[in-house]
Design a protein around this ligand. Structure first.
Ligand code: DX5
Ligand code: ZN
Length: 226
């Protein structure tokens, strides 16, 4: 089997940062590959965070590529604004999108990478064809909505399937995982085939967030086939 080279990426989630000091918190993780921004609308998930004006402001204070994770209803209408604002990657939920193929095309046309996310109980198989139009697959390893929850190991089956589809040339997505990633769980995720690790509480709950990013990276590097 021809194995496609993987890129090890750490994406700190600002959900666990101090929302009144977002620019400082972004600058506290200079080694981050992406800055993960969780947009929640209080409908798709039972929590409310921030929206486009905050993302637009944040962009002025960081050079780190912004990875917007939209946990919102009707992403077909609202996701494009995050791409036009200059997000590097915009991820929408498979469970919320009406026309995910058209949505991916629109996001790419606006200059962003397009990501598709699946909740822990959402199977991967029905989305494989759609994922041919996407750049990123975000596998949720907790129920979306809140930081600091426990990792659901069963989702690693989807990671293994996605890794195989990428390694065999059927998909070209970057495999991202989100939820409960910390020193105890990152190695299993790396072994299963994740490229990009989102970590909220494990980074911003640490005394030194920059150091936490590097120690997660070192742990993952020791486990995956990079
Ligand atoms: C949860 C969010 C995550 C969250 C992860 O719905 O999508 O990005 O910040 O937080 P931790 O890493 O603490 O599980
Ligand atoms: Zn997220």
């Amino acid at each position: 089997m021809h194995t496609v080279s993987r890129q090890l990426m750490i994406a700190p989630s600002l959900l666990s940062a101090d929302f009144a000091r977002l620019a400082d918190e972004a600058n506290a993780v200079p080694g981050a590959d992406w800055l993960h921004v969780d947009v929640m609308d209080g409908h798709f998930v039972p929590n409310l965070t921030l929206g486009l004006p905050v993302v637009q402001s944040l962009m002025k204070y960081t050079d780190i590529p912004v990875d917007c994770h939209l946990m919102i209803d009707n992403p077909d209408r609202w996701a494009i604004g995050y791409a036009e604002a200059g997000s590097y990657n915009v991820t929408v939920h498979a469970e919320a999108a009406q026309d995910p193929v058209k949505l991916a095309k629109n996001l790419r046309a606006a200059g962003a990478r397009a990501g598709l996310s699946v909740k822990p109980k959402t199977p991967l198989e029905p989305w494989v064809e759609v994922l041919r139009h996407y750049d990123t697959l975000l596998v949720m390893s907790v129920e979306p909505g809140f930081g600091g929850q426990s990792f659901i190991p069963e989702v690693l089956d989807k990671v293994r399937t996605a890794r195989r589809l990428v390694d065999t040339g059927h998909l070209t997505v970057l495999v991202e995982i989100d939820g409960g990633i910390n020193a105890d769980t990152i190695e299993a995720a790396a072994e299963a085939g994740v490229d990009c690790f989102v970590a909220g509480s494990a980074v911003y709950g640490a005394e030194d967030p920059a150091l936490a990013v590097e120690s997660l990276r070192d742990q993952a590097r020791a486990c995956g086939s990079w």
